[in-house]
Design a protein around this ligand. Structure first.
Ligand code: PMP
Length: 417
């Protein structure tokens, strides 16, 4: 456990107890510095409650799922399918058939672009994305453009890093087949007005995919209330392990999608002449999945639901306001991404210090942040910068973490003065 004091916050959660759930927070790095982990947008830390179930699966329950008749296989299948039900409840999907386990956000978007895209998009049809997409929601659509001759339209953003909604609306036409947007930007922190986006897309009958990779760990997502066609996220950004993620899709939309991968577990029957496919969700989950990962994802969801999104939002809102206030006072700093609706991500540049150098100097103080383009090179180009340093917070972070960040930035500024 870190020894630093936990400043008072408006949150009702027991931060000391919560921090003890994350073994890694007791680590020291760089010559005995307490770890200050502010790289949650890259990946979140994992609580014991997740690590234990993953360990238990591999230590005492390792088995393949679905095909086995023995005890362990039945048990693992039950846990895996139980995790699917946990995800269903978490995002309020109508049925578990609408929850497809993937290896992450990237593979989920690629599945949609390649399977749904090839079936539904032809030359001249339009896909709309935004200027703030992660590369995972750009490149698959460019690949589809190569294949089909469709048109990729980019909705612009303003200087605060907010989507220009009037421009977005003017891009939608009867030829728009898909609107694929990031719910919460990983490099700017912007939370997009997804309900308005969905409403506008529906006017022209376009499908909507929401990249919720940076959303599901911070706020309740309800796919029925949103009425999106697809929603995708990664387990590793939701306190679970890497290698597991989710594609939610409406049943009718998923049912019309040809499987992208063929193989075990996705078939009803196979002869050399003809293969028939299984129903959802198996049809889109060929091969052995990340069984322990999915079970861990279920445990991660149980864990954060016990804390509750109300307490999580209070804590993260406080951290964002507190850290933004402190950072804004530093000389030569420019915060990139100042949207009115923002998650607890702060990207910044400081005059005369390359973001990578800043990242290295912060690391020397035990402060883990991200430096780079954050897989959003078009955002960097939009703001005419090569990169940013990014601090991203989670509910287990404290005001003391923000103080440590600011202290380390001040030291870096002194080094370069
Ligand atoms: N979209 C967003 C908004 C992200 O932040 C990320 C991860 N940085 C991804 C997509 C890709 O996620 P993954 O690498 O887990 O597939």
């Amino acid at each position: 456990m870190n020894q630093h004091t936990l400043n008072s916050t408006p949150s009702t959660m027991d931060l000391d107890a919560i921090r003890r759930d994350f073994p890694i927070l007791s680590r020291q790095v760089r010559d005995g510095k307490n770890l200050i982990y502010l790289d949650n947008a890259a990946t979140t830390l994992k609580p014991r409650q997740v690590l234990d179930v993953v360990y238990d699966h591999y230590a005492y329950g390792a088995s393949n799922i679905h095909r086995g008749v023995h005890f362990l296989s039945e048990e693992a299948t039950k846990l895996y399918e139980g995790a699917r039900e946990t995800v269903r409840r978490f995002i309020n999907a109508r049925e578990t058939a609408e929850v497809i386990f993937t290896s992450g956000t990237t593979s989920a978007i690629n599945l949609v672009a390649k399977s749904w895209g090839r079936k539904n998009v032809s030359a001249g049809d339009e896909i709309i994305i935004t200027h703030m997409e992660h590369h995972a929601n750009i490149v698959p659509w460019q690949m589809l453009r190569e294949e089909t001759g469709c048109v990729l339209k980019i909705a612009p953003i303003n200087d605060r890093g907010e989507l220009d909604m009037a421009a977005f609306e003017s891009l939608i036409t009867p030829r728009t087949k898909m609107v694929a947007v990031v719910y919460t930007s990983n490099s700017l922190g912007t939370i997009n007005p997804v309900r308005d986006i969905i409403r506008l897309a529906k006017v022209h009958g376009a499908a909507v995919l929401l990249d919720a990779a940076q959303t599901v760990a911070h706020t309740k997502v309800d796919v029925q209330s949103l009425d999106c066609d697809f929603l995708v996220f990664s387990g590793h950004k939701l306190f679970a392990t890497s290698g597991v993620g989710v594609l939610y899709g409406k049943r009718a939309v998923l049912e019309a999608m040809p499987p992208l991968m063929g193989g075990g577990d996705m078939i009803k029957s196979v002869t050399f002449e003809k293969t028939t496919y299984a129903g959802l969700p198996a049809r889109l989950e060929a091969g052995t999945p990340a069984i322990g990962g999915a079970i861990g994802l279920g445990a991660a969801i149980d864990y954060i639901q016990k804390i509750g999104f109300a307490a999580i939002a209070d804590q993260e809102k406080d951290l964002l306001a507190y850290a933004t206030g402190l950072l804004s006072e530093l000389p030569g700093i420019r915060i990139i991404g100042t949207a009115a609706e923002k998650t607890a991500i702060i990207s910044f540049v400081v005059d005369g210090i390359h973001p990578h150098d800043m990242g290295t100097l912060l690391d020397a103080e035990g402060v883990a942040v991200r430096a780079g383009h954050h897989c959003t090179q078009p955002v960097m180009a939009r703001f005419k910068i090569p990169a940013t340093t990014r601090a991203s917070f989670s509910f287990y972070n404290t005001r003391a973490d923000a103080d440590a960040l600011v202290h380390a930035i001040k030291k870096a500024i002194e080094v370069f003065a």
